[in-house]
Design a protein around this ligand. Sequence first.
Ligand SMILES: NC(=O)c1ccc[n+]([C@@H]2O[C@H](COP(=O)([O-])OP(=O)(O)OC[C@H]3O[C@@H](n4cnc5c(N)ncnc54)[C@H](O)[C@@H]3O)[C@@H](O)[C@H]2O)c1
Length: 330
Amino acid sequence: MADPEQYNPTKFGISTLPLNHEPYGPILPERLAGANKGKLAVVTGAGRGIGRAIAIALANSGANLALLDLLAEELEETKVACEKYPGIRAEVFKCDITNVETVRETFAAINQTLGDVDILVNNAGIAVGKLSWDETFEGFWKAIEVNFKGTMLCIFEVLRGMKERKSGCIINMASRAATVDMAGGLSYNSSKAAVARATHSLQEEFEQAGLGEQLHTYCLHPGGVWGAMVTGKSRPLSALEDPTAYESSRPENTTPEVQDQIRHIFKDVPELCANTVTYLATGRAKALRGCYWDCRQDIERVCSFGKETLDKYDLYKLGVKFLPGYQNEP
Ligand SMILES: NC(=O)c1ccc[n+]([C@@H]2O[C@H](COP(=O)([O-])OP(=O)(O)OC[C@H]3O[C@@H](n4cnc5c(N)ncnc54)[C@H](O)[C@@H]3O)[C@@H](O)[C@H]2O)c1
């Protein structure tokens, strides 16, 4: 098992500015009601947890929804919750985001039934928490498949259309894990770092094409949200092609002892991330486009520094630091 000391916040520094653990000021649901009216949003992993909260927050903001997950029954519950908002249409698509054919068919069906995608939220993800020598390669790779391949597959399905229409927002669920090294995090942390790097790179392409204002992408740390991903109490993964490698890697990640040790860092409600996603989708935080965003920080405060300043100091991006005197020369 990984050393519990790695969950000690003092190891990484403690913020002196207050962090948010629930929706605040600009991302309060009442401030976002109707803000994405008439747009179409795709949300992966919308069956439960953070994904369901994102779908509901987007519905509150007036977006119609395509809801993707492996969990058919849970998707139906999300659909009902979204359609409580007057005029909202939500359709469910049972889809394994790691399967190329299924993803292509699903996006074709979304296009036919709901139209062009304005907002893509790549939220679906899995965590595998074994030390590498106790893990199989297949178990390790499964997280890369879902978290990175699945995310990129969905991006490729919407990318050309968004570029042609010169309009679109792509939000990828990364994690704080993308930014730190943690024993037992080889697959999860690597997959989330890949998601973050891909987000930075994709935005760079948009900027170079002169489309940075119209096409905006972000990756997020949603905060610590206690739920099925952490407790492992609900396992939808039997629907995957080869669940055995992944399933066999679960129990050690979710023993009651480990849960006791890490419970204190999961302080955030899913609505914090959900309403941040909704806010980003409105285009109100384009200073952060291409960036990694920690949903607990104050988004208006950070945006007030402006994109140029954030870029100049390489803030909110993955990077490598060198000793003074050395630069990251091409
Ligand atoms: N919960 C946290 O504290 C936390 C922290 C950092 C990042 N995240 C990220 O946030 C996202 C959501 O986390 P959560 O806590 O709500 O997890 P969760 O396990 O409750 O929900 C994830 C959803 O993704 C779906 N999913 C998994 N594999 C899929 C596949 N192949 N195809 C389609 N759907 C699939 C699951 O069925 C589930 O409904 C994940 O990407 C996770 O890595 C969560």
